[in-house]
Write a protein of this length. Structure first.
Length: 85
């Protein structure tokens, strides 16, 4: 079985990843491309076509979704256990 979890993470410009969702002006934007430019800044391109320039040390909150694999494994007592990875 597979699933996903979402959490709010505070990161800086260098930590922004593809797929992160950033809220700007109350509107959520999904990051589709990240490019580094002079001064360590990042140009973030969003799925809706908008672009945002982010400084390298500016803290920003993003919603990050990560995939979780769920496996059933047999315990020593013969009972099934759930393992997340």
């Amino acid at each position: 079985m597979n699933g996903s979890t979402s959490q709010i993470v505070t990161t800086v410009g260098d930590g922004v990843r593809l797929g992160d969702v950033i809220t700007i002006g109350g509107n959520p934007h999904t990051v589709t491309n990240v490019r580094r430019v002079t001064g360590g800044r990042k140009i973030l391109e969003f799925a809706d076509g908008n672009v945002y320039v982010l400084g390298p040390a500016l803290p920003i909150q993003v919603m990050r979704t990560s995939r979780t694999r769920v496996r059933l494994v047999a315990g020593r007592d013969g009972l099934a256990r759930v393992a997340l990875s």
